[in-house]
Ligand binder design. Structure first.
Ligand code: ZN
Length: 314
């Protein structure tokens, strides 16, 4: 009975996605910001493998029943898309309802590891953020680099063990996927696919609420970078509320940046990297209070992007 209902639901979802694609095609592949359905964006430039972006070949984010889903469960992994298609790029969810996603990036570069090794930096894992989220029972999504996970396996285990936290991918070593990206060293094009695939493997070993969401370091991507991810069946998540917390010297501007931009469906970009985002934990209680005042509720990213899709039809 419920399954049948779910199938009807899938059909409806497919229709909605179809309408979204039609709108996208009609819109000439321009960035969509307010559609009420899926909010995706065409890649900025063409990849090496095709004449630009073909909206009709792009699956909706969270396409159900991803082939190769090892669980065989139509309940699917959030963010999974059909491998072989260029990943959709998502900024935010539908502008209906009251959910927003708090997302925390866990960067780790070789330069940062050097800072830790030489004792110049104490920690790139802000436990005050994690403790606050745990204490207040706030859902959040963590975009983890492989090197951060390997440096902080216990913290990763703790994140994975929280049913309110989702885990996502932020590349292996936080290298730049485009030529000009905040002076980050650039990853060779031939290594892009394996870098992101390896990171999914590193993160997946911890279980918990796994996803196929990927966020580019510095949010820097172009056509070739997106094309490189096509085999991985992923969804690229940017965000529509950039908090500006890296290297902040005061918490108030972070709070102001978030609360002045946030709307229903927003994806808020924050960092859990302590030494490189030292004010985020001070800003967070004020952000949570401001969201509550606006009647906005933090939810896992998959729920914000899914617009209330059932988590598991079983
Ligand atoms: Zn980052």
């Amino acid at each position: 009975m419920f399954l049948k209902k779910f199938h009807v639901f899938l059909l409806a979802a497919a229709l909605v996605a179809g309408v979204g694609v039609a709108v996208l095609a009609w819109d000439g592949g321009q960035r969509l910001t307010e559609t009420g359905a899926w909010v995706t964006r065409a890649p900025v430039t063409s990849g090496p493998d095709g004449p630009g972006d073909d909206p009709t070949s792009r699956p909706a984010p969270d396409a159900p029943g991803r082939p190769g889903d090892s669980t065989g469960n139509p309940g699917r992994i959030p963010g999974a898309t059909r491998p072989g298609t260029r990943p959709p790029v998502v900024d935010h969810g539908p502008r209906t309802g009251n959910k927003v996603a708090l997302t925390f990036d866990a960067d780790m570069t070789d330069a940062m590891l050097y800072q830790l090794r030489t004792g110049r930096v104490r920690s790139y894992a802000n436990m005050r953020i994690i403790e606050l989220l745990e204490r207040e029972e706030v859902p959040a999504t963590f975009f983890l680099t492989g090197k951060w996970v390997e440096r902080y396996p216990e913290v990763t285990r703790r994140l994975a063990g929280n049913p309110r936290f989702e885990l996502a991918n932020h590349s292996y070593g936080h290298l730049a996927f485009t030529s000009d990206c905040y002076n980050l060293p650039r990853i060779p094009a031939a290594q892009m696919t394996s870098d992101v695939a390896r990171t999914f493997e590193v993160v997946e070993a911890y279980g918990g609420r796994q996803t196929r969401y990927f966020r580019f370091p510095g949010l820097c991507h172009d056509g070739p970078a997106l094309a490189a991810l096509a085999p991985l069946g992923t969804t690229v998540v940017d965000g529509d509320v950039v908090s500006g917390d890296p290297f902040a010297t005061a918490w108030r501007p972070i709070v102001r940046a978030v609360l002045s931009q946030v709307k229903p469906g927003s994806v808020i970009v924050l960092h859990v990297t302590e030494a490189n985002a030292a004010m985020t934990d001070e800003a967070l209680p004020h952000i949570l209070a401001g969201l509550a005042e606006r009647n906005l509720t933090p939810a896992p990213l998959s729920e914000v992007l899914g617009g209330g899709l059932p988590a598991d039809p079983a």
